[in-house]
Ligand binder design. Structure first.
Ligand code: GLV
Length: 328
């Protein structure tokens, strides 16, 4: 019997084909909704590989029922939806999709920064609604981006790619990260800064940190209070890094000037989410890496990792290095 591979979201058939010659493949076919938990658990029971997305909860319960499972290929660079300890206990390889999405996600992050600063979404809406009656000196005036200070919290490869864009805008670049980034300091003039200092000095605070136990709830009342009243906060990382109620209050009380958010605490958000009542919020549906080219490359990388592991080889992008040497 061929090993069974389960894909938790509908993906193009030309990508699925790359698995079909060697494996029995099934996929959740509905585009408009995630795979129900019961079905995911049921399929996991016999799966040798799972192709997952970031909204799938790949937890201990799932690993417990999966007696055949060798690899989870998660179509995201982030892997906070996966219980790594439980995977390690079971000797299951976890793969993600770094690098292929770096530049695309940096493009979106910078687009979100620009859209928020220059009120692009609000202005486009204004035209569509027939509100544009005349040119006027301060019509929908935003704030400049060039020559301002950007503070990047989480200087991984996406952070560095955002810094590269900021340099093109003659921005002063501050960053905060667990470790110093020599290359970004030398080549981009990025300056390592303690978090509080960064929050006080940056005109744009851009969150690109991974969601971990340390970063959960990192941005709260106190952090927003430290920011300039003119500051714009951008989150293109993970929603739970931010206390959304505190962010709402900071925006409502004009403690900060605006927010561009590609991610939320609980996704998807509904149209009556409090943050959507604020004009100075630009909200996007978690599309950081969503260009056709990059999403294709991410899917292909997942397929490649599955093929490699099920053929007894090492994957290209392994998250849990603990797996090496303990291959099932
Ligand atoms: C998207 O958020 C990702 O982690 O790739």
């Amino acid at each position: 019997m061929k090993p069974f591979v389960y894909i938790t979201r509908k993906i193009p058939s030309e990508i699925v084909e790359n698995l079909q010659s060697n494996f029995e493949v099934e996929m959740w076919e509905r585009e408009d909704s995630p795979v129900p938990r019961t079905i995911l658990l049921e399929k996991s029971k016999k799966a040798s590989a799972l192709f997952t997305v970031l909204s799938d909860n790949v937890d201990q319960e799932l690993f417990e029922v999966s007696s055949e499972l060798k690899v989870v290929a998660n179509m995201a660079v982030g892997f906070d939806n996966i219980d790594l300890n439980a995977a390690n206990e079971k000797g299951i390889a976890i793969c993600n999709t770094p690098d292929v999405l770096t530049e695309t996600t940096a493009d979106l992050t910078f687009a979100l920064l620009m859209a928020t600063a220059r009120r692009v979404v609000e202005a486009a809406q204004f035209v569509r609604e027939g509100e544009w009656k005349s040119w006027s000196p301060l019509l929908l005036a935003g704030t400049d981006i060039h020559h301002k200070t950007i503070g990047i919290v989480g200087m991984g490869s996406i952070g560095e790619a955002v810094a590269k864009r900021a340099k093109g805008f003659d921005m002063e670049i501050l960053y905060h990260n667990r470790s110093r980034k020599q290359k970004a300091e030398e080549e981009l003039g990025a300056v390592y800064t303690e978090l509080d200092e960064l929050l006080k000095r940056a005109d744009f605070v851009v969150c690109l940190a991974p969601l971990t136990a340390e970063t959960k709830g990192l941005f709260q009342k106190e952090q927003f209070r430290m920011m300039k009243k003119s500051a714009i906060f951008i989150n293109a990382a993970r929603g739970p890094i931010v206390n959304e109620e505190n962010l709402y209050e900071a925006l409502q009380n004009k403690e900060i000037a605006g927010a561009g958010l590609d991610v939320f605490d609980k996704e998807p958000i509904s149209a009556d989410h409090p943050l959507l009542t604020l004009k100075n919020v630009v909200a996007l549906p978690h599309i950081g890496s969503s260009s056709r080219e990059t999403r294709y490359n991410m899917m292909m990388l997942c397929v490649e990792n599955i093929n490699l592991i099920l053929n007894g080889d090492k994957p290209k992008t392994l998250v849990n290095k603990e797996w090496l040497g303990k291959e099932k």
